[in-house]
Design a protein around this ligand. Sequence first.
Ligand SMILES: Cc1ncc(COP(=O)(O)O)c(C=O)c1O
Length: 379
Amino acid sequence: MSRYGRWQRRAEQIEHDGLRRTLRALVPVGATRARWPEGPAGIVYDVFSSNDYLGLAEHPEVKAAMASGGSGAARLISGNRRGHEALEEALSALFGRPATLFGSGYLANLAVYSALFDADDLVASDALNHASIIDGLRLSKARRAILPHGSSEVPSDTTAIAVEGLYSMDGDFPPLPALPNVPLLVVDEAHAVGCIGPQGRGYAATLGITPDIIVGTLGKAFGAAGAFVVGPPAVREILVSASRPFIYTTAMPEGVAAAARVGLELATDARREQLRAATQRLRSGLAQLGIPALGSAHIVPILTGASTMAAAHALLGRGFLVGAVRYPTVARGQERLRITLSAEHDADQVDRLLGALAEVLLPGRNSVPEQRAGRGISG
Ligand SMILES: Cc1ncc(COP(=O)(O)O)c(C=O)c1O
């Protein structure tokens, strides 16, 4: 048997199960379009699958700020720069409590749950919480109670509730007002910060609720990379001095921190309003077509089940990049198209997407309004 036979068999099994994933190298063209050099020649795709919700990732000022070398070491060794601290100061000012940077949202969640909770805790965690929350809880010594998605009923000895501010695969919000008053509330606002709430502070802020701990990312609405945790001063002390995902990893390049700071400044109410308008246009167009979508936010999932990959492929053939979400990211039978909107999507792009969706999802129907008929592959 070959040395790597078991991995070969596992890889073949993944392919056999229809779960093989492949990478596509895209070249951005402005905020919401991209070329795919290995794909059909000359096509510029309309991208509806990015988490660059405010259209900042390709903003010239964000890109210009990226200029820096690597940091060479963890922040506690010799990798800390003024740019990291300036970003933490800006986030602390925005949220009114100390913010601590992490290399990614994934690492931030590993740190929050592994370092801040212990065997005395029972953390009630929504069943649809992101993989990084699940993995953080696995690393922690805390006991867990998994709540059905959207439930506010927790065991009586719960010490903390963990929810997302906007669910990344369902586009819906947690039942924050209905949650019982347990000692601690942790809200991962990865998909909401920048987009929702006063000054873009996230979903909880729209309700005037201040979670004990907020996790936010800098790689989605803010157009850069990395993440942050906001909490009371003692939380910052623990994260810096005793959380492994902070201590044992090389600091993000200073340029990334600088870019995130520019992204924070560019995340204005005007951009949030553009995102809201694009969301409204797509959601009302879908309702008019009779295509049901989940949730109510700028993440627009459409349950397509077993035909999800074929639907995404058909959209690709019409010049649209739309996310296809399948098992194990969602449960079997819950496969879906995941359309994400950007403040930079214009009305024409949204209307053309609606036309393409009608062609792909309602093939027997001839009643697609003329102005909504997809014009095929764009370019
Ligand atoms: C809810 C949630 N938390 C955390 C993350 C991880 O963030 P990052 O991409 O910065 O690692 C994601 C990312 O997709 C997410 O959806």
